[in-house]
Design a protein around this ligand. Structure first.
Ligand code: ATP
Length: 323
């Protein structure tokens, strides 16, 4: 294989840049020409290719975001959009494609594979919800950002004897809330995967107050129902019975940015190099992932069929430790 391209797609996460750097430099080491595609599948449809050399990816290893840009493309979900993308790959003589993204991006990659394009996926999402990899690129950095915020909020919560609801990202996945909550010593963790009744939260708050706690930290994923604003209103209505006044902090997009952690840089680097090695050895329609401490490939068709479920042992452990 002489010519490959790399694109980032869907929501960005910290570590995309070191991953692209590894793809480019590993490709050059194999003697390949490497092209970057701007703005994910949109760039593929529009033929926005840029040849990259070792210098093009200099100085980006510690930068958040993705210097190629990323996007979502409805057009690419259609047969016409995919045909345009394949045409552009052919016109530019590109024989292999690396796709960095989440499960939606992998559905797109699988569609290309089924149409004969050689393609390898790399898992990148702060939700860490992709199966067949222990970690996805960006999740560790996002966790550390959330944890830093929890620690800071805990300081003021203790000083003022307050309850705080801290909302993390995660529409369908409670991973960030669970792990940041566990590592940050939250009193209660609320995730979309587990139903928690408002009455249970009220009882926990009252109990903590009686036990002499001087703060109560609730870490909630944005996808938890009925939602942090509804919870805050309910708790405010009952403030007299609770003991603690309630404040809300929504962490939002700060969790998606920032310099990638050491873990994410290393993961991104290993996965980027492994994806090119997979293309080089003729593999296609696979995702490279970290299982145990080994980089392993799994068929994309398997990856997109499954959801990664939350590790309930962490949830149980958090419940034991919240005393
Ligand atoms: P995130 O974790 O941020 O959601 P993602 O990769 O899952 O990342 P999506 O918006 O779901 O993000 O998908 C990114 C892009 O992949 C879509 O905009 C679309 O172009 C393409 N894509 C998604 N699903 C399909 C599909 N079934 N067939 C072809 N392409 C798809």
């Amino acid at each position: 294989m002489k010519r490959i391209a790399v694109l980032s797609s869907g929501g960005d996460s910290p570590g995309f840049n070191p991953c692209i750097r590894a793809v480019v430099r590993q490709g050059l080491d194999y003697g390949m020409d490497v092209f970057g595609v701007e703005r994910g599948y949109i760039g593929l449809i529009q033929g926005r290719f840029r040849q990259l050399n070792a210098r093009s990816v200099g100085g980006i290893i510690g930068r958040g975001g993705t210097f190629l840009g990323t996007a979502r493309s409805e057009e690419f979900k259609t047969a016409l959009g995919q045909r345009e993308a394949i045409r552009n790959l052919n016109v530019n003589g590109i024989e292999g494609l690396v796709v960095i993204g989440g499960d939606g991006s992998f559905r797109g990659a699988q569609a290309l594979h089924e149409r004969g394009v050689k393609v390898v996926g790399i898992p990148g999402t702060i939700d860490n919800d992709i199966p067949y990899t222990d970690m996805s690129i960006g999740a560790d950095t996002a966790l550390n950002t959330a944890l830093d915020a929890i620690d800071k909020i805990k300081d003021t919560a203790s000083s003022h004897r307050r309850a705080f609801i801290i909302e993390t990202m995660g529409h369908e996945s409670g991973y960030l809330a669970l792990i940041a909550g566990l590592a940050g010593g939250a009193e209660i963790i609320l995730v979309p995967e587990i139903e928690t009744k408002l009455e249970t939260i009220v009882a926990d708050l009252q109990d903590s107050y009686t036990r002499g706690k001087n703060h109560f930290i609730i870490v909630a994923a944005e996808g938890w129902k009925p939602g942090t604003q509804a919870l805050a209103s309910h708790l405010r209505e009952r403030q007299e019975e609770l003991g603690f006044p309630v404040r809300v902090t929504v962490l939002g997009y700060v969790q998606r940015g920032g310099s990638p952690s050491a873990f994410d840089r290393l993961l991104a680097t290993r996965l980027g190099a492994a994806a090119v090695a997979a293309l080089h050895s003729g593999e296609s329609g696979v995702m490279v992932g970290l299982i145990g401490n080994k980089i392993q490939t799994t068929l994309l068709s398997k990856v997109v069929k499954q959801n990664k479920s939350l590790d309930m042992s962490f949830y149980e452990l958090a419940k034991v430790l919240e005393k």
